[in-house]
Write a protein that binds this ligand. Structure first.
Ligand code: ZN
Length: 271
């Protein structure tokens, strides 16, 4: 599943080709995505100019001169690639956006859990308005985070993966942030000391910004064969390392299931 850093990399990859371009044509081969592609999208988007390509959590928000924005979510398996008019169509290529600068933005999604919506006020939509802050120093404030954790008895790992607390902390990043902060994933959120909350806050910002940076290095490959940046081969300290020695203290990494997701941790480094 594409996580926030992958979506940000895709945004950076498609933004130069899309911004200020006009839509010559939109070809919808399959409208049955997670939500149906709106039937009036093609008529209203054709001829409009794209103003920018923004991102909020894992939603790409693309405002246009039609006074509406395209909202794209990649779901489990969605991919956006930049290609040219001549490139052969493959299985699961559901939507093509043909721009007046010769670029073709192609949406491929085998499992069809992604969606394309067309809305006049995206920030006011419930699923976007309810989101917590982006995991950046400019948006994610320690005091607010501390207050959120103090109210929650659930395991800290589940609380940081709640996108109303902070967005973008998927399973891999939750595991890695807790390791970096030296906190056991099983701890009740409200049991963390002020110092631990501070360390975890810093760790979340650092782990995700590092993944975004690693993604940036894949951008040069964005125009490659399938045009997608794929998953980032960043160094993982605990995720997927069951029984392997901790990179800090050599203790074998353990795993438990929390909220149906596997959690990897070092029983010595994380208390
Ligand atoms: Zn350790």
């Amino acid at each position: 599943m594409p996580e926030l850093p992958e979506v940000e990399t895709i945004r950076r990859g498609i933004s130069p080709a899309m911004t200020q371009a006009s839509v010559d044509e939109i070809i919808i081969r399959q409208s049955k995505l997670r939500y149906p592609v709106p039937s009036h999208l093609a008529k209203e988007l054709t001829g409009a100019r794209i103003l920018s390509v923004r991102r909020r959590a894992k939603y790409l928000i693309i405002p246009t001169t039609a006074n509406k924005s395209l909202i794209i979510h990649l779901g489990m398996s969605g991919k956006l690639s930049i290609t040219s008019h001549a490139s052969p169509q493959k299985k699961h290529d559901h939507i093509d956006l043909i721009l007046n600068n010769g670029t073709l933005i192609r949406y491929n999604d085998p499992r069809r859990f992604g969606f394309w919506q067309w809305e006049s006020d995206p920030e006011q939509l419930g699923y976007i308005a309810r989101l917590g802050p982006e995991p950046t120093p400019e948006a994610f404030f320690l005091e607010e985070f501390m207050a959120q954790l103090a109210r929650r008895k659930a395991a800290i790992k589940q609380v940081i993966m709640d996108n109303q607390v902070v967005v973008g902390v998927g399973n891999i990043y939750a595991n890695e942030s807790l390791f970096a902060a030296g906190i056991s994933p099983k701890r009740s959120a409200c049991s963390l000391s002020a110092d631990e909350v501070h360390k975890l806050h810093q760790a979340i910002i650092r782990v995700i910004s590092k993944a975004v940076d690693v993604g940036g290095t894949t951008l040069k490959d964005f125009y490659s064969a399938d045009g997608s940046p794929g998953y980032f081969a960043q160094e993982l300290m605990v995720y997927g390392r069951l029984n392997a020695p901790c990179m800090v203290c050599q203790t074998p990494i353990e795993a438990i299931v929390l909220g149906q997701r596997r959690s990897f941790y070092c029983p010595n480094c994380q208390q």
